[in-house]
Design a protein around this ligand. Structure first.
Ligand code: NDP
Length: 291
């Protein structure tokens, strides 16, 4: 039997419609949500991501501005820009598009963002908050995966979730969020010996490796929920995920396609986090505490 296809585009539209109402309500109260995006250098992919973010902001009623720096910009110029945005009451979310050029210190830049404006959830404080179950902002990609599971009424508590990949932006926060919801979590990496042994035991399998079609049908438990975070550009120009979609969809219970799966959810959750930040600012809440 073929798997139920989890339509990320459709869920993203539903979630955006829900949050657009919240953005409108805030705007009526005098607080239009605002997002500032900082981009350094001329990485083509980053440029596309930033344009997509600006477009998505417009669609849900978020004000956005882009601060572009050349590849040779000094770190201090970017830190000064972040400082000004931290103090700007019209900006509720600040995002630094990664990767930064090699002469930048990622952590120094990210930790200069005010905690209550760190809508990517990458500030070390927010990472710690996530680890201890006191989340301020959930990192967007794993947050999107959690919403996809929720909208499909997929149970998490008591399930065995296997996350393949341990990056700071996807794998690790994904594992923490599943753990927080009561899953028994296994994390696999490039060093894992006998990967199929673990993947075959997953009720929920989340794959974020950047390795095209790494997961094949023989590696999946029949009826499992398979979430493919990977986005890979093949030599023929087509996109594919980290899961061999055609074979795995014949055995899985649920599966996300690439494109049209997790991808549309990531930007959507950024919009949600920005609106959430604006709601907190409106209510006078800082770092999760009333001021
Ligand atoms: P990273 O390169 O930072 O991390 C990849 C992880 O996969 C590493 O932990 C690595 O292990 C692990 N890995 C690599 N090969 C294997 C293997 N053969 N078996 C098991 N584990 C392996 O990537 P990201 O997490 O940033 O991204 C992963 C994928 O998700 C990419 O395709 C990226 O484009 C996509 N992505 C998609 C998003 C979306 O919105 N849909 C958002 C962000 C990313 P080790 O640590 O041991 O090296």
């Amino acid at each position: 039997m073929s798997a139920h296809i989890i339509d990320g585009k459709k869920i993203a539209e539903l979630v955006r419609a829900e949050w657009k109402v919240r953005a409108e309500k805030l705007t009526q109260l005098g607080t239009k949500p605002g997002l500032a995006v900082i981009i350094v250098g001329d990485n083509a992919a980053s440029g596309i991501y930033v344009r997509n973010k600006v477009k998505a902001c417009n669609e849900v009623g978020i004000y956005s501005e882009v601060h572009s720096f050349t590849e040779n910009a000094q770190q201090n110029e970017v830190l000064n820009c972040i400082q000004a945005l931290n103090e700007n009451p019209h900006i509720h979310g600040i995002l630094v598009q990664l990767p930064l050029p090699p002469h930048f210190e990622n952590n120094r830049v990210i930790t200069s963002i005010a905690i209550e404006k760190d809508v990517d959830g990458f500030h070390l404080y927010n990472v710690g908050a996530l680890v201890t179950g006191n989340t301020v902002f959930s990192p967007c990609t794993p947050y999107g995966v959690m919403v996809m599971l929720e909208k499909n009424h997929i149970p998490i508590e008591g399930q065995h979730a296997v996350v393949v990949g341990r990056s700071n932006i996807v794998g690790k926060p994904m594992a923490l969020m599943l753990l927080e919801q009561g899953a028994t979590v296994t994390i696999c990496t490039s060093k894992t010996s006998n990967l199929p042994h673990f993947t075959k035991n997953a009720d929920i399998l989340v794959v974020a490796t950047g390795k095209p079609r790494l997961i094949t049908a023989e590696m999946v438990k029949p009826g499992a929920v398979v979430i493919d975070v990977g986005i890979n550009r093949l030599s023929d120009g087509k996109l594919c995920g980290d899961v061999d979609y055609d074979s795995v969809k014949e055995i899985a219970g649920y599966i996300t396609p690439v494109p049209g799966g997790v991808g549309p959810m990531t930007i959507t959750m950024l919009l949600c986090n920005t609106i959430l930040a604006a709601e907190r600012a409106q209510a006078g809440i800082k770092n999760g505490k009333s001021s």
